[in-house]
Design a binder for this molecule. Structure first.
Ligand SMILES: Cc1cc2nc3c(=O)[nH]c(=O)nc-3n(C[C@H](O)[C@H](O)[C@H](O)COP(=O)(O)OP(=O)(O)OC[C@H]3O[C@@H](n4cnc5c(N)ncnc54)[C@H](O)[C@@H]3O)c2cc1C
Length: 425
């Protein structure tokens, strides 16, 4: 079983129990593949409704994106709401938006209910670099208020934003006091603890290698199997050929984060005075926030090819310095990456295969809040209330062109166009 990958998160993770490897045969009402935020959220919600649940995690709880992410918990999904509205209509898109806000609120509620200490800090801003992006933010705010009934965001011009954020890079910010940021690994470990306390059996080092479908499901691992009436697939970017019809609709994209050395409380606070998280609105975006021990956690760069970019550390450092030149003397101490599961449209891809196999994928880099909701919506559906999942399942998804072998070069080419757009004024 692999330990968590080296990162600032694993270096500051709360002690957590190791869960056993699955050996032999288990029975449960529901078997969940994946011990990340989606799988654990589903397990917790199901256990709260009285179901017996087994979670099978190939590595460690929180080993995947959930234990590596930027930790920015934001309303909405990986694509613009207009894309979803164009498919399912504005009324249902409004429902999806409201539920995404529920996903953000769920984090604070779970922290309180299960005493999860994950450095929760409220406040998030989308940042515009160029004049055309300032117009985009104005449009975004208008859309949020008039179409989606989401009040309370504030559009800050350069002078106002610089009262909170010590950088000359941005022309405007759209500040949202309700979105937040967290230590994602500690939140994930906290959900696992809460699920275990409710009787969920978690197995680590237990990769599902085969799924036998039917009226009853059997999830097999190297040394055991779980038989259950229902299954949940929450494996994110890599299902390793288990369910090709789902995997064809997902592209694993590498994304990266670095953590500076500790800056000290005063110097850190001078950079982001109100403690918010920030993400710019470029296609290949920069996103950052302060850690609880006063470091800059700075995310950016992507790899569409499955290969980590060369000289990652110096390049991440350069990106951080482009936003905060005053950190020129500051080195970085941790660099790590992970994979996000993007769908073609970047819309969420949640639903059911047959009568009893549920899945949630396509978080498209926007899953901290949406995963919690996905787990809840799937638990409701298993409990016989599928009204919400049915709305998500109306979003149509296409397979990536080129099949699983050629889609990577095709995507690299397609993405080049979007990167060029980032560089245009
Ligand atoms: C670097 C990075 C930065 C990000 N930043 C943000 C952010 O700031 N805000 C935001 O909203 N989102 C962000 N995301 C996205 C977000 O982290 C994900 O959408 C979310 O964590 C997905 O959770 P998950 O449970 O679906 O997947 P994961 O956390 O990846 O969990 C899936 C689990 O399934 C396991 N698994 C896979 N196959 C099998 C198998 N066959 N058998 C058993 N287990 C299996 C894996 O080991 C893994 O632990 C980021 C992601 C990355 C990588």
């Amino acid at each position: 079983m692999s330990p968590h990958i080296p990162s600032w998160y694993s270096a500051t993770a709360h002690p957590a129990p190791e869960h056993p490897v699955l050996r032999g045969s288990e029975r449960a009402d529901v078997v969940v593949l994946g011990g990340g935020l989606t799988g654990l959220s589903a397990a917790l919600e199901l256990a709260e409704r009285g179901y017996s649940v087994v979670v099978l995690e190939a590595e460690r709880v929180g080993w995947g994106a959930s234990g590596r992410s930027g930790g920015q918990a934001i309303f909405g999904y990986g694509c613009e709401m207009a894309k979803i509205a164009a498919q399912i209509g504005l009324d249902d898109a409004r429902k999806l938006f409201d539920w995404s806000v529920e996903g953000v609120e769920l984090i604070a509620q779970r922290c309180a209910k299960h005493a999860i200490d994950c450095d929760f800090v409220a406040g998030h801003a989308h940042a515009a670099i160029k004049p055309r992006q300032v117009e985009e933010l104005k449009h975004f705010q208008h859309d949020l208020e008039s179409h989606y009934g989401y009040p309370g965001t504030e559009l800050w011009d350069r002078a106002r934003l610089q009262q909170e954020l010590a950088t000359a890079r941005y022309a405007a910010l759209l500040y949202d006091p309700r979105s937040a940021h967290i230590h994602p690994l500690n939140y994930t470990l906290g959900l696992a603890r809460a699920a275990s306390a409710l009787g969920v059996r978690i197995f680590e080092g237990s990769r599902v290698t085969r799924i036998v479908e039917g009226d009853h499901l059997c999830f097999r691992t190297a040394q055991g199997e779980v038989n259950a009436a229902f299954g949940v697939l929450a494996g994110n970017a890599w299902l390793s050929g288990l369910v090709p019809q789902l995997e064809d609709r997902i592209m694993p994209v590498g994304t990266y984060i670095c953590a500076s050395r500790p800056l000290g409380a005063e110097r850190a606070r001078a950079l982001i005075r109100n403690g918010m998280a920030v993400a710019d609105i470029n296609f290949v975006l920069d996103y950052f926030r302060l850690s609880s021990d006063h470091r800059m956690l700075f995310g950016g760069r992507v790899s569409y090819s499955g290969i980590d970019p060369p000289a990652l550390g110096p390049r991440m450092r350069a990106r951080m310095h482009a936003v905060f030149p005053q950190l020129a003397d500051v080195d970085i101490e941790h660099v790590w990456g992970g994979y996000v599961d993007i769908s073609m449209s970047r819309a969420p891809d949640w639903g059911r295969i047959g009568s009893n196999l549920y899945y949630a994928q396509g978080f498209s880099g926007h899953g901290i809040a949406a995963t919690g909701l996905a787990g809840r919506v799937i638990a409701e559906a298993i409990h016989g209330q599928s009204a919400r999942l049915d709305v998500y399942q109306r979003i149509r998804h296409r397979a990536f062109p080129g099949g699983r072998t050629l889609r990577t070069p095709a995507l690299v080419l397609a993405m080049l166009w979007f990167r060029l757009k980032d560089w245009m004024p």
